[in-house]
Ligand binder design. Structure first.
Ligand code: NDP
Length: 254
């Protein structure tokens, strides 16, 4: 379908070296996009780039520490230098640090904010002139069920992911005039390194997710491919400022 065709489009995915980021990168690659895999872990990135290339896509690794504003700006510059333009940005890199709220020190709070929220704003700011130059663009910010719900062990994480949704709405209104659509995706419980770690420390998490998710299973990284393809393509040209759950019905169950 032409509307979903991403041939000639250049996409950056922060945290594209594994988990949800790689699932989304693969979806866009399957639709014809060239991918910049951005992250810290070069071994994981090499494997991800190999997977994307073997599927027939162009892909390259550009290192970034998203907690560092300058590193975010450098990522955009290096991507444009490599591929010549920028059309799609997925702000996916993220972390969690589970504690009761009274146990965090401020440096830990700020680290979660820097990695999950401030990074996304820094990348968006740096990407904006390049997307304007390209005549438009697509920005996809990764939120969470904690963009909607609260939890005693996830206060900074939920604050950062709630911020992602509000930032998305603001940018969508500001940049609609430039033909840049900005949307958020709110994944449910997806089986990745992040949640494998959580399963080790949270008793009963695995069973609770199965019980609480109408689809009756954890999501897989591949479940994130379709929404990336849609929000990155012309099929979503009149969709902006939204926050779309991809959660097997988790957020719908009363
Ligand atoms: P992973 O742990 O597999 O992925 C996290 C990614 O973020 C890694 O690729 C990691 O790259 C990157 N990253 C973390 N810190 C930095 C940093 N400082 N600089 C650059 N890259 C960084 O987990 P997921 O795939 O699950 O998470 C991806 C996103 O999805 C996150 O934003 C997460 O909050 C969100 N999410 C996940 C859910 C789930 O159920 N799995 C549910 C809801 C939201 P590297 O390895 O190179 O450090």
């Amino acid at each position: 379908m032409k509307q979903f065709d991403l041939t000639g489009r250049i996409a950056i995915v922060t945290g594209g070296n594994g988990g949800i980021g790689l699932g989304m990168a693969q979806g866009m690659a399957d639709a014809g996009a060239a991918i910049v895999v951005a992250g810290r872990n070069a071994d994981k990135a090499d494997t991800a780039v190999k997977q994307l290339k073997e599927s027939g896509a162009e892909a390259t690794f550009i290192p970034v520490d998203v907690a560092d504003d300058q590193s975010c700006a450098d990522l955009i510059t290096a991507s444009v230098t490599h591929f010549g333009r920028l059309d799609i940005l997925i702000n996916n890199a993220g972390m969690n640090n589970r504690k009761q709220p009274d146990e965090y020190d401020m440096a830990e709070w700020r680290q979660v904010m820097d990695v999950n929220l401030n990074s996304a704003f820094a990348c968006c700011q740096a990407a904006y002139p390049e997307m304007k130059k390209a005549g438009g663009g697509k920005i996809i910010n990764i939120g969470s069920m904690y963009s909607i719900f609260g939890g005693p062990y996830t206060v900074p994480y939920a604050a950062s992911k709630g911020g992602i949704v509000q930032m998305t709405k603001g940018l969508a209104t500001a940049w609609a005039k430039d033909n840049i659509q900005v949307n958020a995706v709110l994944p449910g419980w997806i089986d990745t390194e992040l949640t494998q770690t959580a399963r080790k420390v949270v008793d009963g998490l695995h069973e609770n997710v199965l019980r609480r998710t109408p689809a009756g299973r954890w999501g897989e990284a591949e479940d994130m491919a379709g929404i990336a393809m849609f929000l990155a393509s012309a099929a979503s040209n009149y969709v902006t400022g939204t926050a779309i759950p991809v959660d097997g019905g988790y957020s719908t169950l009363g």
